[in-house]
Design a protein around this ligand. Sequence first.
Ligand SMILES: [Fe+2]
Ligand SMILES: [Fe+2]
Length: 184
Amino acid sequence: MPVKNAMTFDFLHSAYGGESMAHMRYLIWAEVARKEGFPNIGKLFEAIAYAERVHAGNHFREIGGSTADATVTAGAVFGTGKTVENLQGAINGELHEVKQMYPVYLNAAEFQKEPGAQRSFHFALEAEKIHAALFQKAQNAAKEGKDVELKSVYVCPVCGHTILDGAPDSCPICGAKKELYVKF
Ligand SMILES: [Fe+2]
Ligand SMILES: [Fe+2]
């Protein structure tokens, strides 16, 4: 069902814009990391880029029946530097989503009784907490000139839950089955 309230509608647009840019930004930073000799950090950026695409897709669907033009204001980090700096940008972006953006959006959707938007914002909020921690782990390694230690990254295609080296039997955020996880 399409979203009913203007404020939640605006927040879905803004979150869609923010996630779309995060998706692209992480793919670009993945290329930078690989060129600097950090293939695992590259892989982490690519996996999390996919998680952000999942979030963008969820928000986009919740906007509902509208195909009208909209102007979107979405905060973001722009530009590229060395991988250590890019990871700081990623950490800052994720923490902004965790501490500011999604708690406010989620509260608005709850107040306005928008269950679809609540679900979409809840999924993103929970996944972004994990992203912030994974980027921090990667940055700790990169600061010492090392690649991050990981074999693979698994992402839930329903909520964007992200985990290293193996998928759980069911997603701790949305309950999706292990077999659905996408491996990077
Ligand atoms: Fe994220
Ligand atoms: Fe999930």
